[in-house]
Design a protein around this ligand. Structure first.
Ligand code: ADP
Length: 349
C-alpha cells in the first residue's frame, strides 16, 4: 500500500527548475490525499501564469505514477496564498545565505571588463556606455559592449545596429557597429525593438552569462557591460558573475547621487571590485550663442561624491541635443564632444 510518506518522498525529487529546489522544501505541496491506489495532490504555484506549471505538473505525475501501488494520480495546480509565498521567499533567502559566491567566469581574450552602473533609468547610462566605447575605439582600442540591460536594451539602437547575431562553430558572432565595436544585446536576438521582455530573475542571469561565455568576443582591450538600472540584486548578480575589473558610476544632478554612490560603494566592497570613476551626466547646458554654462540643477555634486569615496571624478557632461539626436538616429559614432573626450582619456589612462 502506498502511504502519504511515500508520496512526499517521491515529490521531494521534483525540482522547480527555476528556483533550483525541490517542491516539498519550497512549500509548494499544499495537500496530499491517498485513498487506496488513488493519489491526489495540490501543487501551489507562485503565480497563475507560471511558465513552468506544465512541466512541474508532468514531473509530479510521472514521479507518483512510478510508485508501487499507485493506480491513479490527480494533480491540481493552485496559486500560492500570501502566507505560502512569504514562506517560499524565506526559504530562498536561507538558501542564498548558504550558497558560495558564484565562481567568476574566465577572462578569455578580454583585457579589461568595466561595468557601467546607475541608480535609476534615464540618467544616460546607455548613452554614456556607448560614448565610452566610441571614445576608446577612436583611441585604437578594441571594444565590445555587452548590453546586460535586458529589460530595456538600447545599445543597438544607439549604434544603428540591427543585424541578427549568428552561431558559428558553437559560438555566437556578435553584431558589429560601423566602426567595429562588437555588440551583443537581447534586442538583436528578439528582432523587434518594441518587443517587451518580461524576465524572471534567474533567467536574466542565465542570459547574461551566455552573452559573456557563448559570444565570440575574440581579443578585446575593453568589454563594457551596460548594467540594468538600479543598485539591487539584479546588478549584484551580474557583477558577481562576470570577472569585472571596475565599476563606472553614472549619476545625474537630479538623482540622489549620495545614496547611489553609497550603494555602489557597498557593492564594490562586497565584490572586491573597485569603482574606477564617477561621472555626472546632464550636469549643465551651454548656451549655443554665448557659451554661458547654465547649471539647471545647481552645483555638481558628483565631484564631491567621488572625493568622498576616494575615486576619480571622470567629469560632468552637458545636456546636448546633438547627443540625444545621435542616439535616436543610431549615429553615436559620428558624435563627439570635448567634455566627453576628457572622460574617456581619464578612464583609459
Ligand atoms: P539610461 O540608460 O540611463 O536609461 P539612456 O542612455 O537611455 O539612459 O538616456 C535616456 C535618454 O536621454 C535618451 O534619449 C538619451 O539620448 C538622452 N540623453 C542621455 N544623456 C544625454 C545628454 N547628456 N544630453 C542629451 N540627451 C541625453
Amino acid at each position: 500500500m502506498v502511504t502519504k510518506e511515500d508520496v512526499m518522498s517521491a515529490l521531494q525529487k521534483v525540482v522547480d527548475p527555476e528556483l533550483d529546489m525541490d517542491i516539498v522544501t519550497l512549500g509548494m505541496v499544499r495537500g496530499v490525499s491517498v485513498e487506496g491506489g488513488n493519489v491526489s495532490v495540490d501543487i501551489a504555484l507562485t503565480s497563475e501564469s507560471c511558465p513552468l506549471a506544465g512541466r512541474i505538473k508532468d514531473e509530479v505525475e510521472s514521479a507518483l505514477s512510478s510508485l508501487d501501488g499507485v493506480s491513479s494520480v490527480a494533480v491540481e495546480a493552485v496559486v500560492m496564498n500570501d502566507e505560502e509565498r512569504s514562506a517560499l521567499i524565506e526559504k530562498l533567502k536561507e538558501k542564498r545565505k548558504t550558497l558560495p559566491m558564484p565562481g567568476k567566469l574566465p577572462k578569455q581574450g578580454i583585457k579589461r571588463i568595466l561595468a557601467v552602473l546607475s541608480g535609476k533609468g534615464g540618467v544616460g547610462k546607455s548613452s554614456v556606455t556607448a560614448m565610452i566605447a566610441v571614445g576608446m575605439q577612436r583611441r585604437g582600442l578594441k571594444v565590445g559592449i555587452l548590453d546586460a540591460d535586458i529589460t530595456g536594451p538600447s545599445i543597438p539602437k544607439i549604434f544603428g545596429v540591427n543585424e541578427m547575431p549568428f552561431v558559428l562553430e558553437g559560438k555566437i558572432i556578435p553584431a558589429t557597429s560601423s566602426k567595429g565595436i562588437k555588440i551583443i544585446s537581447m534586442n538583436l536576438l528578439l528582432g523587434k525593438e518594441e518587443t517587451p521582455v518580461i524576465w524572471r530573475g534567474p533567467l536574466v542571469s542565465t542570459a547574461i552569462k551566455q552573452f559573456y561565455t557563448d559570444v565570440d568576443w575574440s581579443e578585446l582591450d575593453y568589454l563594457l557591460v551596460d548594467l540594468p538600472p538600479g543598485t539591487s540584486d539584479a546588478q549584484l548578480t551580474v557583477l558577481q558573475l562576470l570577472p569585472v575589473d571596475g565599476i563606472v558610476v553614472v549619476t545625474s544632478p537630479q538623482e540622489l547621487a549620495g545614496i547611489i554612490v553609497a550603494k555602489a560603494v557597498q557593492m564594490s566592497r562586497m565584490l572586491a571590485v573597485p569603482i574606477v570613476g564617477v561621472l555626472e551626466n546632464m550636469s549643465y547646458v551651454q548656451c549655443p550663442k554665448c557659451g554661458e554654462i547654465i547649471r539647471l540643477f545647481g552645483d555638481s555634486r558628483g565631484k564631491l561624491m567621488a572625493e568622498q569615496i576616494n575615486t576619480q571624478f571622470l567629469g560632468s557632461l552637458p545636456i546636448d541635443p546633438a547627443l540625444s539626436a545621435a542616439c535616436d538616429h543610431g549615429k553615436i559614432e559620428e558624435y563627439s564632444n570635448k567634455a566627453f573626450e576628457e572622460v574617456v582619456e581619464k578612464l583609459v589612462s
